[in-house]
Design a protein around this ligand. Sequence first.
Ligand code: FAD
Length: 415
Amino acid sequence: MRRYSIFAVAREGLRFHQGWGRAWAAPEPKKKYEVVVVGAGGHGLATAYYLGRNFGIRNVAIIDKGWLGGGNTGRNTTVIRSNYLQDPSAAIYEKSRALYETLSQDLNYNIMFSPRGLLMLAQTEHEARGYKRTVHANALQGIETQWIEPARVKELVPIMNIAGPRYPVLGALYQPRGGTARHDAVAWGYARACSDMGMDIIQNCEVTGVRTQGGRVHGVDTSRGAIDCDKLAMVVAGNASVLADMAGFRLPIESLSLQALVSEPIKPAINVVVMANTVHGYMSQSDKGELVIGGGTDGFNNYTQRGSWNHIEETIRALIETFPIISRLKLMRQWGGIVDMTGDRSPILSTTPVEGIFVNCGWGTGGFKSIPGSGWAMAELVAKGTPGPLAAEFGLNRFREGRFIDESVAAGVAH
Ligand SMILES: Cc1cc2nc3c(=O)[nH]c(=O)nc-3n(C[C@H](O)[C@H](O)[C@H](O)COP(=O)(O)OP(=O)(O)OC[C@H]3O[C@@H](n4cnc5c(N)ncnc54)[C@H](O)[C@@H]3O)c2cc1C
């Protein structure tokens, strides 16, 4: 595949952009692969990419029932941070954030990583105490975060009303190298690199059954015929329990719709990401100028990928006291994605009761930021059959053994 470069852009500019090749191939499924990855979202594609790059396993198919990146990967609000409390979470999220720093160069694809800085507002005394504790934990984990006072918050975000009558801003947990990236580009960049390594990306191909024999996986049934495999990686986020059911085991996952919305584009107004967890809302500004606004999950389990009116009202009501300017904005779009929530709000990267099947799910409302790190750790798990240091604590057995990695504060609302 021809590399993208400034010279390629100049050359194509001179010949009316007629010479660009396809970014990835669209092959027919083969009869058998060494590894089948179900789910061409960011996590599935990153798993395949690091299988090829780190372990030389390239006889891989990535199968999706829709189009690649059309699940949560293309629906999220792109927040990237690693300011988690528990050591295993901090390790995998920071690995991921660090990989994001050079991902455009690694993939030869501009993923528009923008480490513009991220603030988590403390709007109650309890939250202030919690975030100060996180800053200390992050220092021990080697992650750069700071506690900042209200005056500094105001300096970073001049449009913010820090003296709100109900929820004044008492300070913030600040991660200077947190930020955003373009979510579609992350999926497209990994897809192009996988295709370049000879892997097959098979879109519009729904997995309808998992074939096992003697406790071992043999392949999958799909809407485009049966496909055999030696190993199967299930990386389907909100559909994880549906896939597990096909293979005959259960997962401690609840699926809910999480919604987001964007405003009309406006002039640059805010150049950091701000999360306000007490009131349930967060906001950043896209390169096009839209304010990207996110709220919480639906209060009931469901598989819809749609927005709903009450969420617009609840989310805007939550943020308006702190950001009065949004009262005058028109909203352009809203949507939903099916997120996969575990009880301790931490992910699952695990072997399963069926030999040869591996599962990666449970990233819930916060798995965009973890795509590179999760793919890195999952590839190691699939290649070696046992988890490496990044995935070791995230096995399914933790639910049986009561060894929870409680991130309900860091991940319950914030993304
Ligand atoms: C509104 C919203 C805002 C969010 N904001 C953030 C944020 O700011 N920061 C952050 O870090 N995270 C955020 N998240 C969470 C993040 O988007 C997800 O955790 C992450 O994208 C999950 O990626 P994935 O690859 O696991 O899943 P997906 O991208 O959902 O990919 C799974 C794929 O599996 C496919 N699939 C499902 N069933 C089958 C089947 N039977 N056969 C074949 N294919 C199948 C689907 O079509 C889908 O493409 C947000 C999520 C939403 C919905």
